[in-house]
Design a protein around this ligand. Sequence first.
Ligand SMILES: [Zn+2]
Length: 105
Amino acid sequence: MAERHRIEGFKREGLLPIISLSEFGRGGRSTVDWVVTVYPFHWVPAGGARHASTDARPDGALAYPSGTGVRVLCGQELVADNSELAWLWGTCTDCHAAARRIADC
Ligand SMILES: [Zn+2]
């Protein structure tokens, strides 16, 4: 009951977009950032593509710092590259599929 009222308050004030699963994966960075807060994986540019990982990030970090070793959902061990250019890399299709499976649970 309280939770429902709180969500309605957010909608009315426009503080938080209520995201639907159909919006996931369009590639908008703000959309991805919001999904990251909801589902137990994070997007990480590494090895020339944007992968997803369930590895924990350093406390308070919005992304894995460059040089962080991460195990990504498609099974590779990669080193994160948090540069602006790296975020423009294409999404790894295997990680995208794995992330969709997590998000659809
Ligand atoms: Zn991947």
